[in-house]
Structures are given as C-alpha cells and as structure tokens.
Design a protein around this ligand. Structure first.
Ligand SMILES: Cc1cc2nc3c(=O)[nH]c(=O)nc-3n(C[C@H](O)[C@H](O)[C@H](O)COP(=O)(O)O)c2cc1C
Length: 388
C-alpha cells in the first residue's frame, strides 16, 4: 500500500497567519524538519535480548504520529554489555537489526516523522534492574554482567566497581558504535544521536568524578574529551554526508568539582569544528550527590549558553510541557529545537495541539483526517475534506 499524506506547510506561508517559530522548518544537512519538535529518546526497558518487539511497534508508531517532526529511538546499546538493563534495546547484531526493520517500515508507511536513533553505552551504569524493579546493579551471579568504565570507580559507594577499560576495550567500543551506526544507516534511519549525557559511558569519560585515568584519556579536559570525540569522529565517518549526527550531553554534573557548563562549552566547540549537527542539552546523572534545582525549562539556560558560545544547532530538553513555553524558547533564540519526553507520553498528540494553538500544520494519515475540531479544520493543511 502506498500512503497518501497531506503536505506540511510552514506557518509562515499562510496568508494572514502569524508566523510560529516552533512551526518553522529547520534543515539538518539533507534532512528537512517541518517543525522544531523532537520526541526525546525514552528507554522502554522492554526489549528481548536487545531486540525490539510488539511494545516498540506500538510505542514508536504511536509517537510517530505526535506531530513532532522527529522521533528519536531510545538509548540503544552498541554492545550487549552496554545496555543499562537486560530490557534495553540494542543494535549490535543481525537479530537486533532485523527486529527494528518491520517497525521502521510501518512508521515510514504511516508517518512523515523523521526517525533518529540514540546510540549508547551505559558503561558503569550497565547491568542494572529496570527502574520499576528498583534500578539497582544486578551482580553477574544474578543474571547481570560485569560493567566497564573509564576507571574502576563505582557510581554509588555500595556498588562493585566497573572494570577499567584498556586500549583493547576502547577500540572494541569505538568499533561497536561504528557498526551500530552502519546498521542504523542500513535500516534507513535519518539521523544518529550519540548519548553523551546522564552519566553513561561517554559522560563518564568527560566527568572528573568518574574518570580518574592517568593516561591520555584522563586528567586534563582535553584528555577527558578524547574518547567521546573519537567516537563522534568514527561515527561521523560512516554516516553519509547528507545525514545528521547529533549528541546529547549533560551540561553539568550538578556537583562541585564535576563536569560543568564551561567544560560543556569546550566540548561543544570541539564538536562544532568536527561538523556536529545538533547538541541536545540535558544535565546530571553521573553522581548520586547531584543537587538539581528543578523547574519548568530548567536546562534551557544551559542550551542557550552553549548556542550563544558556539552557534551550534541546539535542542533544549527538560520540563518543557507548555506550547507557549516551547514557542518562546524558539522565538527568543534560546534554542533551535525542543525535545519532549514525559510530555509526549502524557499527550501523544502534543504536536497537533501545539500546531493548533500556534497556527502551524502537521501531517496525519488519512484515517485521522476527521479528528480536528472545526476551529482547527486546516490543521492538516489544505486537504479537501469533501469525502466526509
Ligand atoms: C521513560 C523515560 C525514558 C528515558 N530514556 C532516555 C533515553 O533513552 N535517553 C536519553 O537521553 N534520555 C532519556 N530520558 C530522558 C529524556 O529524554 C529527557 O531528557 C528528560 O525526561 C527530560 O525531559 P522531559 O521533562 O520532557 O521528560 C528518559 C526519560 C523518560 C521519562
């Protein structure tokens, strides 16, 4: 079956319509996004040996119809021991690649959303139980595995330390990121986001709290950035030039003496030189000692600072739930895009409602064309509804 879709028009092309910044297209290399909204990556902890299943089919297809121009597949382990939990998604062998194939085929048939994938390695936070089972480390004797990290420094005092990676281990993980990126490209995925945030492996290298190495991968900021930059370079080299590669970072550890915004700006500057296409600005996750002041859009000032200092395309994330709040972030130039996680689970048509409120348009598959109330009857563009 060939799907038929309405055309998504930028709000600015509609006569008499105020221009919505959120519904202005953005170009990321060869990828044109019709609006500035991304569904943030969200672990589902529901895979079988890293393989996507019926849950992922439902979850991804549902949020592919949110109206967001891009959906980012959850943190996806580049090797089995890089999964946070035994239920985390993977893309490290033919079986994990094959499991995603029918899901992507379905999304392509029913939705116009671009699909990104977040490639990840959990490092010392791997081998944990699912959040709803407590999230604690699972020892190898109880079905877990030996986690690895930059140094043999555990996250929590009562945990067993990870195995410090040697040169062979680093090379294996670099190769695993590359192989997963190649699998993602074979699957026709539109963009790759590297997970450099939330205390997972790349962030563990960046932060002096988790990285106590004395070799060329530890100590100075330049040395701590080395492995994440190597991963970026290696992945960028195998992703075609017309497809974007972004990175999610924690802009601060929220711990005195840890990773902080000035260092994140240095990292962003290095990544910009290497052609990074977006930086997705989050925070925290490396230390249980973090003290976070939560509030609406609490990470936006960090996205703004990185954008101002580097000119990188910046995605703001974190407690962005309100349409006007999102519009203001883009219109005031604080960030170039917004990503929503919990807000999208709560309202899986968030993008529709945002478009309706701001005079934008979204694409929807024909069976849903009768959804908009009368006052938003052109939500899906210029489609004739004569068949009603
Ligand atoms: C269920 C769930 C799973 C998540 N999994 C990931 C993930 O796989 N990768 C990631 O970078 N962040 C993950 N996050 C964090 C979100 O992407 C986002 O950064 C965070 O929730 C703040 O945004 P929000 O306030 O819109 O939820 C997850 C969040 C939730 C709620």
């Amino acid at each position: 079956m060939v799907a038929v879709y309405v055309t998504v028009k930028p709000a600015s092309t509609i006569p008499g319509q105020l221009m919505s910044a959120l519904f202005t297209p953005i170009q990321l290399r060869g990828l044109t996004l019709a609006n500035r909204v991304m569904v943030a990556p969200m672990c589902q902890y529901s895979a079988d040996d890293g393989e996507a299943n019926d849950w992922h089919f439902t979850h991804i297809n549902s949020l592919a119809l949110s109206g967001a121009a891009m959906f980012c597949i959850e943190a996806t382990g580049v090797e089995a021991i890089g999964r946070i939990t035994p239920g985390c998604l993977g893309l490290w062998n033919d079986a994990t690649e094959a499991a995603l194939k029918p899901i992507l085929a379905s999304v392509r048939k029913r939705s116009k959303t671009a699909v990104a994938i977040q490639l990840a390695h959990a490092g010392r936070k791997a081998s944990s139980s699912r959040p709803w089972d407590g999230g604690q480390l699972i020892p190898p004797a109880q079905g877990g595995w030996q986690p690895v990290g930059p140094s043999a420094v555990q996250q929590k005092d009562d945990e067993a330390p990870p195995l410090a990676l040697d040169e062979t281990g680093l090379a294996r993980i670099r190769d695993a990121f590359v192989a997963s990126a190649q699998r993602a490209m074979r699957l026709g995925i539109d963009a790759v986001e590297l997970h450099g945030a939330h205390g997972y492996l790349l962030h563990q290298f960046l932060s002096p709290i988790s990285n106590r190495r004395t070799d060329q991968y530890g100590g100075s900021l330049q040395n701590r950035m080395r492995f994440p930059l190597e991963i970026y370079d290696a992945v960028r080299a195998v992703v075609p030039a017309d497809k974007p590669v972004g990175m999610k970072v924690s802009a601060t550890d929220w711990v005195e003496g840890g990773w902080d915004l000035p260092q994140a700006i240095e990292l962003a500057t290095e990544l910009k030189k290497r052609g990074l296409d977006w930086i997705d600005v989050s925070s925290g996750g490396v230390s249980p000692k973090q003290k976070i002041t939560l509030g609406p859009g609490y990470q936006v000032p960090m996205a703004e600072a990185i954008k101002k200092a580097t000119g990188l395309t910046t995605i703001a994330v974190g407690l962005i739930t309100d349409v006007r709040q999102a519009e203001d972030i883009i219109a005031s130039g604080k960030a170039d895009m917004v990503a929503l996680a919990r807000g999208m689970l709560y309202d899986p048509r968030w993008g529709w409602h945002a478009a309706a409120a701001l005079g934008g348009h979204v694409a929807a598959p024909p069976p849903y064309w009768r959804a908009p109330p009368h006052e938003h009857k052109d939500l899906f563009g210029t489609t004739s509804f004569g068949a009603r």
